[in-house]
Design a protein around this ligand. Sequence first.
Ligand SMILES: Cc1ncc(COP(=O)(O)O)c(C=O)c1O
Length: 366
Amino acid sequence: MRQPPERVQRLPEQYFTALLARVAAAAAADGEPLVDLGRGNPEVGPPPHVIEALAESAARPDVHGYAPFAGLPALKEAIAARYAALYAVELDPAREVAVLPGTKTGLMEFALCAVERGGTIVLPDPGYPDYFSAVALAGAEVASFSGFEMSGDAMYLNFPTNPTATAAPEGAFEEAIEWAHRNNAWVMHDFAYGDLVFDGRSPQSFLAADGARDVGIELFSMSKSYGMAGWRLGFALGNAELVQRIENLQEHAFAGIFRPVQEAGIAALTGPQESVEERRAAYERRRDRALAVLDGVEARSEGTFFVWFRLPDGVTVEQILVERRVALAPGEGFGAGGAGWARLSLAVTDEALELGLERLARLDAL
Ligand SMILES: Cc1ncc(COP(=O)(O)O)c(C=O)c1O
């Protein structure tokens, strides 16, 4: 076998691919049907008007060629209007919005467009595993966030946080903006779970903080707010220079996004919004239920569709998978700071959650 280039060698094992393979192997083994609380995959799709918009668009003869590489201007206007209405952020759709084939792509593109090879990127630890992959691909070095006194060339922020389900702490964005100025660095805020906050909190866009767009961008995903994870649609918003770099990279690497997906995206962003609140409320209700059942366990969730909880000493997610037939996401895969913790997904049916929680009783007896 030939040696792959260094940039490919640097890529870590893909956390979710490996997790899915372990869960599939466990599911195939003899025993009770497995309850999968490991994956963060929205259990309910988008509302009917979005699917109708996709179908109507796809039935037209003129939509099957290449769409404009940089995305439909009307889609950029639709996300800008959402930002103005929901987060009090005014954006110039032509200069401050890039359309992405899902924000996962944007995580990579930000690292490639913001940081020189050998630079340092500060990541949350525990944090979303693909951030580590982005740093590896960019030939940069990871520094785990330990406070704003550390130095670096870029910083990834993510509130509410996957996996720790933490809402943005007061003043965090302002501190990050000051940090960026002091270090002549860029900031990327991953807002994938932005609308999914609990206990009366309102969504907090990074771009609503003073001066945010001077130092960075925010990634907004259609996956969680609208249940469109498989559709692959998201946005990079904010700093015009970075947005331009990302669009430029995309014009070299991709040839736009299927027009019916973009038109359905417009329908999602501009049509009735009740489903967003219904989804958020369902996750909050399940969060309440999970925290009540996990009574006595150190567990938390201020947003996202996850609960983050501490495992009893010596108990592993692997053991829970085999002995209780419940899949969870192991904390250590999110960085060294996640060791001894596990992430439980609420993006499942009420019945699956109930069964899973029942099986998680008395973990200390394992
Ligand atoms: C924190 C975080 N960022 C980004 C993504 C990627 O989302 P998208 O579906 O927009 O690529 C996810 C998906 O699970 C996520 O959890």
